[in-house]
Design a protein around this ligand. Structure first.
Ligand SMILES: CCCCCCCCCCCCC/C=C/[C@@H](O)[C@H](CO[C@@H]1O[C@H](CO)[C@@H](O)[C@H](O)[C@H]1O)NC(=O)CCCCCCCCCCCCCCCCC
Length: 515
């Protein structure tokens, strides 16, 4: 008998109507919803097959469940309480289990492994996100509460369990299917139930935010962690390491090709550069079941590169090399800021026209100053320092003032991107956080009102990721989120330096009359 559950859940509708109560029925593996319990006879307003969804217990909101449908669509749900959410999570989990058992009886071994490989891949991506959040929390320990840290750790721990379960099942299935030599026997599900030191794999994100899978040649175990788009990797023709002692990437068991992706083989040396990325997932090897020869060649690395808005930017904040004493080169900084302007047209040429005009006006003011004397004004600090020394920083249209407003705008963008990269899918909420941190205190009631209106025009999360270059697939979305994370980190570094500059000269105190 299949799992049955019915009850009220709040469903996210849109930014105008927000969360709306709906009557949900889970039956026969399908979740359907109705306007109310009285409207069931009139047919459902929509339904989704639970086995085609990834079920995500939201890591910040303990009442929320996100159903990520395999075609990239979402259904956001909110229970009335944490306990109520738990009830639904259990029901969804049981339903998935039932469907899996059904599949098992009708599918061949290989098909089941395939389906679990896809699960493995999805939870691997989720792990990457959680670990990025955890790293941010740890890095910014001062500004994050213990509660936030606990939440992120819990989410990470839950996803680790999901990942290990999926991996365990793959191992069991593959082990029962083939005879492996004793010394490279795949780990059993029992071994995997407790994270094992023999798990030897690390996944990193490259500078473009793309996943990079590396295999360590001196700690091989037969349980390859595949990163697969939709089809799983081919089984190695012979049950020995396809990677050990070889530079031939053609034998890599990664099945990653897709027309829009580029596969690159790199040495571990170039990966060290890639470790500047803000998002890294390490399932760290500590020991190996198979000792390796001391003279193993460098590990092989397969990278998938996705193009995103960020990777295609002609000038990137991350590439700005600071002068001594953290001097920010004026020319590079302005080029990076200018490159962001076309994005406002993509968002909405009319709604964002004032914002774009304000930002480009300030870029222009600073550019004009720089052109007067590129040596003297080589750095932003040089411009501000010179204006302060000559008492021209307070005159109308000073570069100091232009940079102050440009810094606030860039900070808005950085915090907004940070929020989204860290799991905030409600763009209105992300914009509010960004606004409070960067601009609100400097705006009077009129501009605050404009913000409240502008925020209603924010796009949907999925559309926003598409504007940033995603093709809508989970993998590409993930790549965009990684690039966002890296973008936010590199911009934050610069806004922090600028804030310190303005604090030094006491030039950034909000006017009291605004309160
Ligand atoms: C998707 C999120 C949508 C959120 C929308 C936020 C909109 C903010 C609304 C504010 C409108 C501001 C219009 C202008 C206001 C100006 O009055 C104000 C002051 O101007 C300054 O005045 C000085 C004289 O007093 C003058 O000397 C100086 O030159 C002049 O600048 N200016 C501002 O407040 C600055 C506004 C900057 C707003 C930045 C908002 C950025 C929104 C980005 C949203 C999308 C982010 C995704 C980007 C991804 C790609 C990188």
């Amino acid at each position: 008998m299949s799992t049955y559950l019915e009850g009220t859940l709040n469903k996210w509708t849109n930014y105008y109507s927000g969360w709306q109560p709906r009557w949900f029925i889970l039956d026969g593996g399908v979740l359907s919803y109705y306007l109310s319990s009285m409207d069931v006879q009139q047919g459902s307003k929509g339904s989704v097959k639970i086995s085609s969804c990834d079920i995500i217990a939201h890591h910040k909101d303990n009442r929320r469940i996100d159903l990520v449908i395999k075609n990239g669509m979402h259904m956001y749900l909110k229970a009335s309480s944490k306990i109520e959410r738990q009830k639904w999570l259990v029901a969804f989990g049981s339903t998935k289990q039932e469907d899996l058992s059904l599949e098992r009886s009708s599918l061949k071994h290989g098909d089941i492994i395939k389906s679990r490989m896809v699960d493995l891949h999805v939870s691997c991506q989720t792990l990457v996100t959680h670990i990025a959040s955890l790293k941010t929390c740890l890095r910014e320990a001062n500004s994050f509460s213990d509660k936030k840290l606990d939440e992120v750790s819990d989410a990470l721990s839950t996803t680790c369990d999901e990942f290990l379960n999926a991996l365990a099942e793959c191992m069991d299935l593959s082990y029962s299917e083939e005879q492996w030599p004793e010394h490279i026997k795949p780990l059993s599900s029992k071994q995997l139930a407790t994270p094992s030191p023999t798990l030897s794999r690390s996944v990193k994100f490259g500078r473009t935010g793309s996943p990079v899978v590396h295999t360590s040649s001196n700690s091989f175990s037969a349980d390859e962690l595949y990163l697969s788009s939709s089809t799983p990797p081919p089984r190695p023709p012979h049950p020995v390491s396809p990677l050990r002692n070889t530079q031939d990437t053609s034998s890599l068991p990664f099945h990653l090709q897709k027309p829009q992706k580029q596969i690159v083989a790199q040495s571990s040396a170039s990966l060290r550069d890639a470790s500047r990325s803000s998002s890294e997932l390490f399932l760290t090897p500590t020991s190996s079941p198979v000792p390796s020869p001391p003279s193993s060649p460098l590990p092989e690395v397969a990278t998938i590169d996705y193009d995103t808005f960020f990777s295609k930017l002609p000038h990137k904040f991350v590439d700005i090399s600071l002068d001594e004493d953290e001097g920010i080169p004026t020319d590079s900084f302005l080029q990076c800021c200018s490159d962001l302007l076309p994005f406002f047209d993509a968002l909405s040429p009319t709604a964002f026209a004032p914002v774009k005009a304000d930002i480009s006006g300030n870029i222009e003011k600073i550019r004009r100053k720089y052109n007067e004397n590129p040596t003297l004004y080589h750095t932003l600090q040089g411009i501000v320092g010179h204006e302060v020394n000559t008492q021209t920083h307070t005159v109308k249209n000073s570069s100091t003032d232009a940079l102050l407003w440009l810094k606030r705008a860039i900070e808005f963008v950085q915090v907004f991107i940070f929020e989204v990269a860290n799991g905030e899918e409600n763009l209105g909420a992300a914009a509010s956080v960004a606004y409070t941190k960067s601009l609100k205190q400097h705006h009077n009631w009129l501009v605050r009102g404009i913000f409240n209106l502008a925020v209603k025009a924010v796009p949907y999360y999925a559309d926003f990721l598409k504007l940033l270059g995603s093709d809508g697939t989970a993998e590409h979305n993930q790549a965009v989120l990684k690039d966002m994370s890296m973008f936010s980190k590199s911009v934050e570094k610069l806004t922090t330096i600028l804030k310190q500059l303005y604090e030094l000269y006491e030039l950034d105190t909000p006017p009291k009359e605004l309160y």
